[in-house]
Design a protein around this ligand. Structure first.
Ligand code: PHE
Ligand code: ZN
Length: 886
């Protein structure tokens, strides 16, 4: 790739080129520039002398010319902040030089052994990429480009190598030494140090390398695979956390079984290790045979974790396990293909969780996440297709688009061909590309061939960004309903012209007049505009569309209020029921916020929503888990999205007021029902699905009561807190209290802190509850908490628990005078030199300024400009801020 070469003036005068230096801008990497690496690295031997402050790494690479690539005498090994202590080729001093951060060795022949020694300081590694120290232990994070911070290496996912590793270190500090694959040998040196050797038989890219050394204990339980092989499964934690590991271990076993049953995938090593670390940039990492996890997604017991935390642990354990096939056995050719492993693996973990806990509720939750996190990405300055075309820093592309929309795109393929043919497609994919570094195109082709479907036009979902809008109109023609659908794919940065995409929609035509439900069928909108004839079931036809959310699109239609109320109460697709209620609330809230409701509409809309809530509260056929979903109002972020259409801008203040107003109206009108629900649910203590459902509706009811009658809610919340024998109830009560004023708030916050001050994950909750609260002084609270002795910018969980939570608090963040924006910009500037990856994740919140009303927009933009002017930004933050200002 030639992107790093110096620009030369037209006449080639280097002095002129020097005279006009370009500002420090990280280069753009492009998908179309992909070239295979000139060398193969069949085996890699790594030798680690471990120390917290100094670790010496000796790497020996067997290299040979890659017959499939253009020949080169130079072997370019990536480095990042590394200095080579020595470089030898076939045992003799080598000819080498540095090219910026990279090391280039000149190789005379066809095959060589290259040995490089580097020395690193894990304790100084605050980026948490490469080898770093966390809580006295050593661990690694290599995806995407962290391995080059450990040793010089072709750090790209298409270079697969078989690793043999020797690690040696102080036996007291590091009694446990773990690496990928199987342990082949171990011993004591007699001087207080010990060593272990590991061998991973499966060739892998460097980003899947991992090593852990520390004082850990394991919860272990073997899993017997479908072919009868016994796999030792361990969850490694610090001794004091051991009692909170059963759920993770059980989740791993359930994942292993499910992947055999549903995708025909069997595990391929005799050992599966999971290690929990408390300093981690992301959720978890799928390193071959040695997953490294954020403690947040491992540790759970009822006293310290909520029901939602239990679900998150199960989901992330499954996700990382499923990567063993979708990601590790078949990996990515380059980072533009990230969705190949992430989109597919998210789909797999979503389907798993649907099977574990109920399809409808899980689907509703996943769609809520998509709308709150991915839709804003797709409509903002950082919009990118699920397979991006360019980047400056790949860490910025671990997005809801690549992950969640990527999963939706594959889910559409599955919906179009059905479960069995989809399985034939994935079987072919796993079979055809096993052991390879593949592309999204390879995946699509395998589904085409294996499932027997033409995906030519469907490929546009991989190349076009933006959430399509589908406008719906209908007309009765004889005994059929003519449904006319029109699609537009919005303009996104760098993509002014869009082509129509295939949009699969499950639809049914019900009859409100007869109360009859129509049969479901799948239609696929392929043209810009297209009509479909559907059978009528009776008078007053009501179309139920995008049932189960078959396509990640926005449906635009003017449905009568009675029709939505009918769907909310009677649709046989539970997802469509919750959608109808959402649609009712969205149009009412956006109408209220933009002051566009005609006289009488305000009251009528409110009455309809209250009526729908009343029906869900009274409907005995619903379980509480589903009832709870029906009681969740659309998020403010999603309401911004809908309000900001066409020339209209989102007004966060007006949306917040409208939404709180609706909560209060519901809380007032349904006071008796909500109080009764809260009391009924409080009496249920079962630890089974019924108990979980009860806990869910209990706190939702409390939140609605709080909007209407704060004094009563404070009293109920304090009682719920005191009676709680689990974190779900305790955190729910405290959440409601945090938004209220009064002695109960302070008392329970103090009690919570005193009770859990030694548990970092629960202290994170304590920070989050206050940062997310509806309290009018939330900004002052966050400022104080940033000075709390337990706060540190060095721990990503803590930063997220306070500052990221605040950036997601619509009321505080969008405070009209811009104080919230200023605070977040200050966080970005302070965090960037410590942990650029995490700092850059705060930028999108400010980057949405173009869709916000002018007063706030100017303030948000001003903060972005202030960050840009500070200079010396990391690649991560530079890319996000500059794109947000373009
Ligand atoms: N690959 C990890 C996952 O999705 C996420 C991750 C990316 C973790 C980069 C760390 C660094 O499971
Ligand atoms: Zn993943």
């Amino acid at each position: 790739m030639d992107i790093a070469t110096t620009p030369i003036t037209p006449d080639g005068n280097p002095e002129l080129a020097d005279a006009a230096p370009t500002p420090h801008e990280p280069p753009v990497i492009r998908r179309e520039d992909y070239q295979p690496f000139p060398w193969l690295v069949p085996t890699t031997q790594l030798d680690f002398r471990l120390g917290l402050e100094a670790t010496t790494v000796t790497a020996t690479l067997q290299v040979e010319r890659n017959p499939a690539a253009a020949a080169s005498r130079e072997l370019c090994l990536n480095g990042d902040s590394l200095t080579a202590q020595s470089v030898t080729v076939d045992g003799a001093p080598a000819e080498w030089r540095m090219d910026g951060p990279d090391l280039i060795v000149t190789l005379p022949g066809e095959a060589h052994s290259v040995t490089i020694v580097t020395r690193i300081d894990p304790s100084a590694n605050t980026q948490l990429m490469g080898l770093y120290a966390s809580n006295g232990m050593l661990c690694t994070q290599c995806e995407s480009e962290g391995f080059r911070r450990i040793t010089f290496f072709p750090d790209r996912p298409d270079v697969l190598s078989t690793y043999a590793v020797r690690m040696e270190g102080d036996a007291n500090l590091f009694p446990i030494l773990l690496c990928n694959g199987n342990r082949t040998n171990a011993g004591e040196n007699g001087d207080g140090t010990h060593w272990a050797e590991w061998h991973d038989p499966w060739p892998k890219p460097s980003y899947l390398f991992a090593l852990v050394a520390g004082d850990l204990v394991a919860n272990s339980k073997p899993f017997v695979t479908v072919s009868g092989r016994e796999v030792e499964c361990n969850v490694w934690v610090r001794a004091e956390d051991l009692t909170r590991t059963d759920h993770a271990l059980e989740s791993l076993h359930r994942s292993m079984k499910w992947d055999e049953d549903v995708f025909g995938r069997e595990y391929d090593l005799d050992l599966y290790n999971i290690v929990a670390v408390s300093d981690f940039n992301m959720g978890a990492m799928e390193n071959k045979g040695l997953n490294v996890f954020n403690t947040k997604y491992v540790l759970a017991d009822p006293d310290t974790a909520t029901d939602a935390d239990f679900d998150a642990v199960e989901g992330v354990i499954a996700h990382e396990y499923f990567h063993n096939w979708s990601g590790n056995r078949i990996t990515c050719r380059d980072w533009f293909q990230l969705s190949l492993k992430e989109g597919f693996t998210v789909l797999r973990d979503q389907l798993f969780s649907q099977d574990m806990r109920g399809e409808a509720v899980k689907r509703i939750e996943d769609v809520r996440i998509l709308r709150a996190a991915q839709f804003p990405e797709d409509s903002g300055p950082l919009a990118h297709p699920i397979r991006p075309d360019s980047y400056r820093e790949i860490s910025n592309f671990y997005t809801a688009t690549v992950y969640n929309k990527g999963a939706e795109v594959i889910r559409m393929m599955r919906s179009m061909v059905g479960v069995e043919r989809f399985r034939a497609g994935t079987d072919l994919y796993f079979d055809r590309h096993d052991g390879e570094a593949a592309t999204c195109e390879d995946f699509i082709k395998a589904i085409e061939d294996g499932a027997g479907i033409d995906l030519a036009q469907f490929r546009r979902w991989y190349s076009q960004a933006g959430t399509p809008r589908v406008t719906v109109s209908q007309a009765v023609e004889g005994d059929t309903l003519k449904l006319t659908l029109k699609q537009t794919v919005p303009v996104t940065p760098g993509q002014p012209d869009k082509l129509p995409m295939p949009i699969p929609l499950r639809v049914a035509v019900h009859s409100r007049g007869q109360g009859a439900l129509g049969e479901e069928q799948l239609i696929v909108l392929t043209d810009e505009e297209q009509s479909f004839s559907l059978p009528l079931t009776g008078p007053d036809p009501v179309v139920s569309i995008n049932r189960g959310f078959t396509a990640p699109v926005v449906i635009e239609r003017a449905l009568q209020r009675e029709d939505l109320v009918f769907l909310a109460a009677h649709d046989d697709d539970p997802f469509a029921r919750s959608e109808a209620l959402q649609e009712l609330a969205v149009s009412h809230l956006v109408g209220t916020a933009s002051g566009s409701l005609a006289a009488g509409e305000q009251a009528a809309g409110e009455a309809a929503i209250i009526g729908a809530f009343r029906s869900s509260l009274a409907d005995n056929a619903l379980d509480d888990a589903m009832r709870g979903e029906l009681m969740v109002l659309p998020s403010e972020t999603y309401l911004f999205e809908v309000m900001a259409t066409g020339d209209r801008k989102a007004d966060p203040g007006a949306i917040h007021t409208a939404r709180e107003g609706l909560k209060a109206a519901i809380g007032t009108a349904l006071a008796d029902e909500l109080n009764a629900l809260h009391a009924r649910a409080s009496a249920v203590t079962l630890d089974d699905p019924a108990g979980r459902g009860a806990r869910k509706v209990k706190t939702i009811a409390l939140g609605l009561i709080a909007a209407a009658d704060p004094a009563r809610a404070a009293h109920l919340a304090a009682a719920q807190y005191d009676a709680a024998d689990n974190m779900t109830d305790r955190q729910g009560a405290l959440m409601v209290l945090c938004g209220l004023d009064g002695p109960e708030r302070e008392a329970k916050l103090a009690d919570f802190y005193a009770r859990y001050r030694d548990n970092a994950l629960v202290v994170d909750k304590w920070f989050t509850l206050q940062a997310l609260s509806l309290h009018p002084d939330v900004i002052a609270h966050v400022r104080q908490l940033a000075e709390h002795p337990d706060f540190t910018m060095k721990n990503p969980n803590r930063v997220r628990s306070l500052h990221m939570a605040f950036a997601g608090n619509p009321k505080g963040f969008h405070k009209a005078d811009g104080e919230g924006y200023r605070m977040v910009a200050d966080v970005i500037l302070a965090l960037d030199p410590i942990n650029p990856q995490t700092a850059a994740r705060f930028v999108p919140a400010l980057g949405r300024w173009r869709r916000i009303e002018p007063g706030r927009a100017a303030l948000m933009k001003g903060e972005l400009e202030r960050i840009m002017a500070a200079g010396n930004l990391s690649r991560d933050t530079f890319e996000q801020v500059s794109r947000s200002l373009e």
